[in-house]
Design a protein around this ligand. Structure first.
Ligand SMILES: *[C@@H]1O[C@H](CO)[C@@H](O)[C@H](O)[C@H]1NC(C)=O
Ligand SMILES: *[C@@H]1O[C@H](CO)[C@@H](O)[C@H](O)[C@H]1NC(C)=O
Ligand SMILES: *[C@@H]1O[C@H](CO)[C@@H](O)[C@H](O)[C@H]1NC(C)=O
Ligand SMILES: *[C@@H]1O[C@H](CO)[C@@H](O)[C@H](O)[C@H]1NC(C)=O
Ligand SMILES: *[C@@H]1O[C@H](CO)[C@@H](O)[C@H](O)[C@H]1NC(C)=O
Ligand SMILES: *[C@@H]1O[C@H](CO)[C@@H](O)[C@H](O)[C@H]1NC(C)=O
Ligand SMILES: *[C@@H]1O[C@H](CO)[C@@H](O)[C@H](O)[C@H]1NC(C)=O
Length: 918
């Protein structure tokens, strides 16, 4: 009886225990559900009752054959929009779980430590959530775990070494997190491992040697980390890898030898510093899909096995040092989508095979040594959307078959030796967005049909031999952002219709023979920011828009008679507003300006001839290579400053450093060695290879040695094929011209200061004319190159550089001077003497007194007859006190004596300083 009761009780207990087990699972799941947000809860609305194994969404159970109990063994709720944390998951109750998949939800917070109690777990996937914190070390307790996916979260810290205790791991994926540190040594225990993916973290250290002992490893993804050192030499020998991805690390040295490549599908080692050869049998598997080895230092030929690699889809081998003839290295591929071989040292021809790759969308072979013609068969690759063949040695014409490339968006053929005309068939390429044919030998006219490529954003036809006019059809390209037609032989006028290109941002028409005026319709190009129309025959006013009005002189120079800002010429309409015209100025303008271009050219030629003669001088110890590699430099500064430092400080002459534009060059402000310098870069076309010589050096050295309180210190000079420049002391006050043109500064610049400034200029000139071993003539004195320091002391800039640049051409002189300051004799003779400077000084003095250039005043009263002092004084300043007025009167008198027509009648600067000091 007692026994029976005990038995009944026992079985009852047993029964109640069983139901309690299911109820435990249910309540654990319901508790977790209630911690999630409302939307998640309604998604889990099937979770009702006490039996999770009865139609609860995402829940899987198994029955125990021994006791008949149901237990929850899997939760699979991937991509279910769950929002919440894992904090309330009762892992103790759910300890029978074998599989937990909560990937692609919005779970946040940390991965709780108690996850380590789910010790039946074989599959754990929490990827693509917003989990934070570290990977809990307790995961190492999950000794049954085969698959661990924590990728695409924001987990941080280092990988816990305890993870190595999960010895059953087959697949580990922790990519796309913020993990750092190194791969823990405990990972050597992973004898079952088939896949490791730690891509896109910040893991450092070397790739462990023992990875080579993973006999089952098929996928190794270590990309986008900080791994350094060499790749273990034995890696991939004991096992046949399928995915091998080490891209974007700091790995060096050669690839492992004897890798078993019989299963390779993805081989990606790009963006490292790997060297040596690529394995020839890379496609031994016959199933290689991708090879990415770009941006390394690989040498040797393209892998041979690629030729018959039918499976290949993407090939990226660009930016290595691969060599060899590729004419026959590639076959015909059905699957190939993308191939980039640019920036290598490959030669041979562009194979006709490419035309038979039906799925090829991008073919890139720029910057190699390819030669021969472009195969006509290329026109068969009708899926092609990008074709890059720039910077090779290709010859011949563009095949007419290209008209079939109707998917083509980008066509780069620049920097080759291609010739012939633009085939009108290119007009059929309706998807073309970029067409670059620059730097070839194309001839004929600009094809009108190009106007039908309505998607063109960038059209570059520069540096060819195109002639004829600019076809009006170009104006139909209403998506065009960049148009470069420079360095051709285009003639005729600019079509006003071009104004319709209202998305155009850069326009380069320089170095052609375009004539006429710039159409005023150009102001409709509202997006235009950069223009260059230099070296044409253009004339008339600039369009009233920023792109033109703020264009640097370099972009406008060498035209016929362009006028307006930065052209050096005022427009006639503007001049008519002024009452009187300066006859002297007019004469100078008419005589000098047309010859200005010629003279500058002659100056450059003579300069070049002179120095090229010198270069052949056997006494010159410099080897040609030396002079080409090392810019010729002289620094009187402490010697630390060098060409590179200047280029660096100016970000390669970035326009943001420009502080002014002058007649001979653009002035930049350079800050280096915690000091500020002014750097004047010459307007010299790149091909004007200036060379140095002994006498030139001596002369510059002499100039850098000059120290005078009224002369801007010259620190150095640099002649380089790319940039030639002078380095000066930087003065904060700006130029005299700027000060006089600025209302506020002009008032601050009172009569005492002005007197002092003029005397300073006189002192500087007198010193250079009379106190040096040989007189040094300025040649280009103007208010633009007299600079003021913070105390209003005048410093003359650019002294002697005009002469230095014109070395040794004693019976000839270049025209160096600013219009309005040049002595009249220079307009018809070439005789330069100190008296030219004296004349300029006269003009400058009047300018300081009047507050503006005396041009008009000189025309009306060339010898000052009848002009009273009060009439000419700068009206912005109060009338001077009597003592100052006397000095000003003397100054005016001296100024006019300096302006006499005959150079011989003008006083010397020595006499001027003497006169002013009394
Ligand atoms: C689990 O139980 C069901 C009946 O509830 C039975 O049909 C099935 O065979 C059992 N499974 C195992 C693996 O014993
Ligand atoms: C089945 O139940 C028995 C008795 O409760 C237990 O010992 C056994 O571990 C269970 N088996 C499984 C696979 O859960
Ligand atoms: C990463 O997770 C986000 C959601 O958190 C998802 O939208 C995205 O597709 C995931 N990325 C990958 C590569 O799985
Ligand atoms: C689980 O792991 C933690 C830390 O690794 C450890 O302290 C704990 O004793 C382990 N628990 C079990 C049940 O193994
Ligand atoms: C790893 O990152 C954590 C923050 O996530 C930082 O505290 C730690 O110093 C880093 N460790 C290393 C070795 O960079
Ligand atoms: C790889 O395994 C071999 C044999 O099991 C062993 O001798 C060697 O030390 C292991 N290499 C590394 C780097 O652990
Ligand atoms: C390479 O791997 C394959 C497949 O794993 C194997 O059959 C073959 O023997 C291996 N080759 C070498 C040379 O180890």
């Amino acid at each position: 009886m007692v026994l029976t009761i005990a038995l009944v009780l026992l079985s009852f207990c047993n029964l109640s225990l069983a139901t309690a087990g299911e109820a435990n699972d249910a309540s654990a799941l319901l508790k977790w559900r209630s911690s999630l947000d409302n939307q998640s809860q309604s998604f889990l609305s099937s979770w009702v009752g006490s039996n999770p194994c009865h139609d609860w969404i995402g829940i899987g159970c198994s029955n125990n054959t021994t006791d008949g109990e149901y237990v929850v063994t899997s939760i699979r709720l991937s991509n279910s929009s769950l929002r919440g944390t894992l904090g309330d998951l009762d892992t103790w109750s759910l300890r029978n779980l074998e599989s937990l998949d909560l990937s692609f939800n919005s779970l946040s917070g940390i991965i709780p430590h108690k996850i380590g109690t789910l010790n039946s777990l074989e599959f754990l996937n929490l990827s693509s959530n917003q989990l934070t914190g570290v990977i809990p070390s307790s995961i190492g307790n999950l000794t049954n775990l085969h698959y661990l996916y924590l990728d695409n979260n924001t987990l941080s810290g280092s990988i816990p070494c305890e993870l190595g205790r999960a010895r059953a791991l087959k697949d580990l994926k922790i990519s796309k997190n913020l993990l750092n540190g190194t791969i823990p040594f405990s990972f050597r225990n992973f004898s079952m491992i088939e896949g490791i993916d730690v891509t896109d973290n910040n893991i450092s250290g070397s790739i462990p040697d023992y990875f080579a002992n993973y006999t089952r490893l098929e996928r190794l993804d270590l990309g986008k980390n900080n791994f350094s050192g060499i790749i273990p030499t034995e890696l991939g020998k004991k096992t046949a890898l399928v995915h091998f991805r080490l891209l974007m690390n700091n790995l060096i040295g050669p690839l492992p030898q004897d890798m078993n490549l019989t299963k390779m599908e993805v081989f990606a080692v790009s963006h490292n510093m790997l060297s040596g050869h690529l394995p020839h049998d890379i496609c031994a598997s016959g199933s290689l899909i991708q090879i990415c080895a770009c941006n390394n230092r690989f040498t040797g030929p393209v892998p041979k096995s690629l030729k018959n690699c039918k499976s290949i889809f993407r090939v990226r081998l660009q930016r290595n040092q691969l060599t060899g003839n590729i004419s026959d290295d590639f076959g015909i591929y059905q699957e190939l989508d993308f191939i980039d071989l640019s920036y290598n040292k490959l030669y041979g021809e562009v194979s006709s095979n490419w035309g038979f790759c039906p799925n090829l969308t991008s073919l890139q072979m720029s910057n190699n040594n390819l030669s021969g013609k472009i195969s006509i068969e290329l026109g068969r690759a009708t899926r092609l959307s990008e074709l890059y063949l720039s910077s090779n040695h290709l010859v011949g014409e563009i095949p007419k078959s290209f008209e079939r490339l109707s998917s083509l968006m980008k066509l780069y053929l620049d920097d080759n030796a291609l010739s012939g005309t633009i085939p009108s068939e290119l007009g059929h390429l309706h998807n073309l967005e970029v067409l670059n044919m620059a730097k070839n030998s194309f001839t004929g006219r600009i094809e009108e049909k190009l106007g039908e490529c309505l998607k063109l954003r960038s059209l570059n036809l520069s540096s060819n031999r195109f002639g004829g006019i600019i076809p009006v059809h170009i104006s139909k390209l209403d998506k065009l952002e960049s148009l470069d037609l420079s360095e051709n032989s285009l003639i005729g006028r600019l079509p006003p219709q071009l104004g319709r290109l209202n998305t155009l941002e850069t326009l380069n028409l320089s170095h052609n023979n375009l004539k006429g005026s710039i159409p005023s319709s150009f102001i409709e190009m509202v997006s235009l920011t950069t223009v260059d129309v230099s070296f044409n025959q253009l004339e008339g006013p600039l369009p009233k828009m920023r792109a033109f009005e703020e264009a640097p002189m370099e972009a406008l120079r060498n035209n016929k008679r362009l006028c307006g800002k930065n052209t050096g010429l005022d427009c006639p309409t503007e001049r008519r507003n002024q009452d009187k015209e300066n006859k002297v100025l007019k004469v100078i303008l008419i005589i000098v300006l047309p010859s200005l271009g010629c003279m500058l050219l002659l100056f450059v030629i003579i300069f070049c001839v002179f120095f090229s003669l010198h270069k052949r001088n056997p006494n010159d110890t410099r080897t040609p290579q030396e002079t080409e590699a090392n810019p010729f430099t002289i620094w009187s500064y402490d010697g630390k400053m060098a060409y590179e430092n200047i280029i660096d400080a100016l970000d390669d002459f970035d326009s943001k450093h420009i502080v002014g534009v002058g007649g001979h060059g653009t002035v930049y402000k350079a800050e280096l060695l915690s000091e500020v310098f002014a750097v004047k870069k010459f307007h010299a076309p790149e091909d004007d290879k200036m060379q140095s010589s002994k006498s030139f050096e001596t002369e510059i050295q002499a100039l850098t040695a000059i120290r005078h309180q009224n002369i801007v210190k010259l620190y150095g000079f640099c002649v380089h094929p790319r940039h030639s420049f002078l380095v000066y002391e930087f003065l904060v006050g700006g130029s005299l011209r700027m000060v006089l043109n600025d209302m506020k500064q002009a008032v601050d610049f009172n009569w005492e200061k002005r007197l002092m400034a003029v005397k300073g200029i006189a002192n500087a000139l007198s010193y250079m004319h009379h106190d040096c071993s040989q007189p040094i003539i300025h040649r280009d004195l103007s208010s633009g190159n007299v600079l003021l320091d913070s105390d209003w002391v005048a410093h003359v800039s650019d002294f002697g550089t005009a002469r230095v640049l014109d070395q040794d051409s004693s019976n000839w002189t270049s025209f160096a001077g600013t219009i309005g300051y040049v002595a009249p004799e220079l307009a018809y003779t070439m005789e330069v003497s100190e008296k030219c400077d004296v004349y300029s000084f006269g003009i400058l003095t009047l300018e300081v007194i009047m507050g503006k250039h005396p041009g008009d005043f000189l025309t009306s009263s060339p010898d000052m007859k009848g002009a009273s002092l009060t009439e000419i004084l700068d009206q912005r300043l109060p009338s001077p006190v009597e003592q100052i007025a006397e000095q000003l009167e003397l100054l005016v008198e001296v100024a006019f004596s300096c302006l006499q027509k005959s150079p011989h009648s003008r006083p010397s600067m020595w006499e001027v300083t003497l006169g002013l000091s009394v």
